[in-house]
Design a protein around this ligand. Structure first.
Ligand SMILES: Cc1ncc(COP(=O)(O)O)c(C=O)c1O
Length: 398
């Protein structure tokens, strides 16, 4: 009898993708009572669980079984209207056929990768970048190239050099640039207006698309910068938004705003992979709340938490530690010269505090050894202070 080898059934592209680290490998195992400075979750008290419970009750009361069918509820159209109005507030005018609701930003990124990438396609990402996006791109191509970030976001001069060199050598140019220009994950940096203009100029000159991931874009402490999409006159930007960081990640609701042809192709591959009940619930919830005041409340709360974290870092970290000061979002990116932050993590969790080692945010993981990402979004101000004190202790007693 011939024995069955499960691996032999995978085609070459899937075998190649399976060579990479498994998804979520970066999530540390953290004791239940540890202070969690690793997770990019919203603060528990800012997730509107009571209001969402009321929205579910109201939805079922008014629409009965409709939202529980495959495509049933009219509320889903209202959600799209709502997203369109929100885009407009931020200077992005979307026609009806230029928006697609997705299961979170992650599904949007995956669909975009699916329609633009083949195994030889080139993607440019920031270094460091959001690790789940890296994981997604790896499923489609190994041709991922990186451009470093500094305190002003993506270093567009370096991007320009890279593109010029590739042109000179007759190499394939990128299909798209993946960027998180505003309140970046993991660095917390924001791309300057000058660099935003430069990105769009380069996209035109070298004919590539831009995937703008704006998951944190409305969480500025004092203001939110203009999106690349709002500056784009050529329809080169595929904008990805999400309700995960401003409402609740478990609802899994995001969207893409892009030109009609792109939306049609994304829709083609999305099939039924979405959650009509969550979308109808979200529409009911949004109708009842004042979203702008909610954003103000979130910004104020996260700004305070961030301030507590930055003050604690100054107090408890060694003098040679450095970090970027964020203007919004969830994260502080710390550099600890001559330290391996992955090794530090097990000692930190024993001491009762967690963080994410920087290596997971880099294509070449060695580049991230001295960095770590701290999240101020999830824990209380008291625990942030306590957590950073513990971290400082672990660093100096290493
Ligand atoms: C930059 C960035 N994009 C996208 C996401 C995922 O968003 P969603 O929950 O909508 O899939 C995250 C979540 O951490 C993120 O940090």
């Amino acid at each position: 009898m011939v024995s069955m080898n499960p691996e032999s059934y995978f085609p070459r592209n899937i075998k190649a993708a399976l060579q990479h680290n498994p998804p979520g490998e970066w999530i540390p195992s953290v004791p239940a009572n540890a202070i969690r400075l690793h997770s990019g979750y919203p603060a528990p008290h800012l997730v509107p669980s009571v209001e969402l419970k009321d929205a579910v009750a109201q939805l079922l009361e008014v629409e009965n079984d409709l939202p529980l069918h495959y495509i049933g509820s009219p509320s889903i159209d209202r959600l799209k209207e709502y997203v369109r109005a929100r885009q407009e507030v931020r200077g992005m005018l979307a026609k009806d056929n230029e928006l697609l609701i997705t299961s979170g930003a992650c599904q949007a990124i995956d669909l975009i990768a699916r329609i633009f990438l083949d195994k030889d396609a080139v993607v440019v990402v920031e270094s460091p970048t959001y690790m789940e996006a890296l994981e997604i791109f790896w499923n489609y191509t190994d041709q991922i190239i990186t451009v470093p970030i500094d305190k002003d976001g993506l270093q567009t001069e370096q991007l320009a050099e890279l593109l010029a060199k590739r042109k000179q050598k007759g190499m394939r140019q990128p299909s798209f640039l993946y960027t998180i220009p505003t309140f970046h994950n993991p660095t917390g940096t924001t791309m300057t207006a000058k660099r935003r203009n430069h990105v769009l100029q380069l996209a035109e000159e070298y004919d590539f698309l831009v995937l703008e991931d704006d998951a944190y874009g409305e969480l500025g402490f004092t203001s939110n910068p203009r999106t690349l999409k709002s500056m784009d006159t050529q329809e080169r930007v595929l904008y990805v938004g999400s309700f995960s960081k401003v409402i609740a990640p478990g609802m899994r609701i995001g969207w893409v705003h892009a030109s009609e042809k792109f939306i049609q192709a994304l829709f083609w591959f999305k099939k039924d992979l979405e959650h009509p009940f969550a979308q109808a619930t979200m529409a009911t919830f949004l109708k009842k709340i004042d979203f702008s005041s909610r954003l103000q409340e979130l910004s104020k709360a996260y700004q305070k938490k961030c301030y507590v974290m930055l003050s604690a870092l100054k107090k408890h970290l060694p003098k040679d530690a450095t970090w970027f000061v964020p203007d919004g979002g969830y994260f502080v990116w710390v550099k600890l010269p001559n330290l391996d932050t992955e090794k530090l993590l097990s000692k930190a969790t024993e001491e009762g505090v967690s963080f994410l080692p920087g290596k997971y945010f880099f294509l070449d993981q060695e580049e991230g050894a001295e960095y770590l990402r701290l999240s101020f979004s999830y824990e209380s101000e008291k625990d942030i202070e306590k957590g950073i004190e513990k971290l400082g202790y672990v660093i100096v007693s290493k």
